[in-house]
Every structure is written in structure tokens, then in C-alpha cells.
Design a protein around this ligand. Sequence first.
Ligand SMILES: [Zn+2]
Length: 285
Amino acid sequence: MPELPEVEITARRLDEALAGARIESSLASGINALKTFDPPLHAIDGQAIAGVRRRGKLFVVDVGEDLSLLIHLMSAGRLQLWDKRASLRDKASRLLVRIAGGESELRLREFGTKQRAWVKLLARDAVEADDALASLGLEAWPEPPADLAERLAAAGARPLHGVLRDQKVIAGIGRSWVDEILWTARLSPFKRGDDLAPDESTALAGAIRDVLGGALRRYEEVVHLPIPDKLPLPLQVHRKQGEPCPRCGTTIEAVHYEDYVMCYCPADQTGGRVLKDRRLSRLLK
Ligand SMILES: [Zn+2]
């Protein structure tokens, strides 16, 4: 799932290419992808794209003077600029925005069989009040919230691995980057968010800043148009179970959940303890 660094670099590249470009026509081809009907999608036809930006893990495409497309990729969506127009048989297409004066097309596509990615066309001054943004916590980057420790404490006795992915607490972090952040901060994924010592919350804030900022610096060097389907995530521990920790050489361990895997270094993060792998323990029952 694209998280803050992936959405941010994509928004930057799309903004560079599309700011000022005029929209020729638009089409919501995915069933139920367009979640709003007033104003109608065709209200953007003939208008110029004012810019493309990010909020949390969402895109905002500002159109003309007062309209904005709010786009959520969910787990399997991609927002890409193509230099050829989509075949109408492309079943992955959810939204097509054809750019005037050529063949290029901004396209929301979604892989897999589920249709969960969505688009809303909103009055620009209503964007921040939309449910998807109004509930977002403060952005994780470029500076994590100054009151991060208080926010985590207020979220209750929840493990860091979960609470840091709660977009209402802090916006932009998901399953990939949370592993990297906790490894960088040398904190256990199951440490409770309301049980952090001052030096631990300082380390956590620093890790959020460094890991997300580092990913973006890397993407600035290597990600160009056309945006690839899979960005080259510069990961050190996530999905690296069985490999040596890049910092201490200890074997990276994993806890498997139904549809994702959490990775950590026991020596650096859990006092040498290998956490119970729920998948394994279920198999052994
Ligand atoms: Zn290690």
C-alpha cells in the first residue's frame, strides 16, 4: 500500500508535469469509484489543473479556481500519468483524466479484483472538511507532531505497531514504514504507546523524521515519470525476515498476520526476545 513517501513523490512528479495543463475530458470508468455526484465529474472538463498535492496517504488534484479531486488509492491503487490513452477494455481503470493538446492521461488504476480505491470531486473549500481528511491526525512529515508523546498516550494502551498506523493519531504511516521507524528507534513493536519514557518518544520522533525524510530523498533521486507500478522502497527490515539485521547482524524475525507481515530485530528491539508468531502458533494447534 502506498504510504506517505510514495504518495508524496508521486504527487510531486505529477505536479511538475501537470500544473497548468488543461483537462480535455474525464471519465470515471470503475464501478463505484466516484463517490460524489454534485458537482458532476464533467465540471472539470476544459479546466486547468492548478496542482497536485498530498494529505496523509491521499492525493488532492486541484482543478481550476475552486474544484478539487480527492483520491484515495486504498491498498492497490496507483495514480499515474500515461503518454497514451487507456483502452476502454482496461479493467483496472477507475478514473481517466485526459489532458488536452496530446495523448497524455492521468489515470487512477487499481490492481486485484477488489474495487476500493475512490475519488471525490469536491468544492476546494470543502476538501479539508471531508470525512477522509477531517479525521486525519497531524502529518508525520516533514516534522512529526511536537506533541507526539501526548497524542500516543491519549490513544490509550495500544502497541506502537498499531497506533502509529492509526491515521487519526498521526497521518501517513502504514505497514512498511512503521517497521522501519520502530527498528530505527530501537523500540519493540509491542511497546505500548502510552508507556514511552521521554528518551523513547524523542527517539521515535527522530526516527519518523529520518526514515520518511530518507525515503523521500532516495525517491527524489530515483523516481521519475512514468511512475512505476512498484516504487523501489528503500527498506532495511520490512519483509526482510530471515536476513541479517543491517545494524547488528542478528536474524530479522517476523510476526505474520492474515494479510501482512511485521518485521523486527530481536537484539535491537525486544531485548533478544523472539515474539510469538501467531501464524505459526495457529498451525501448531
Ligand atoms: Zn539488529
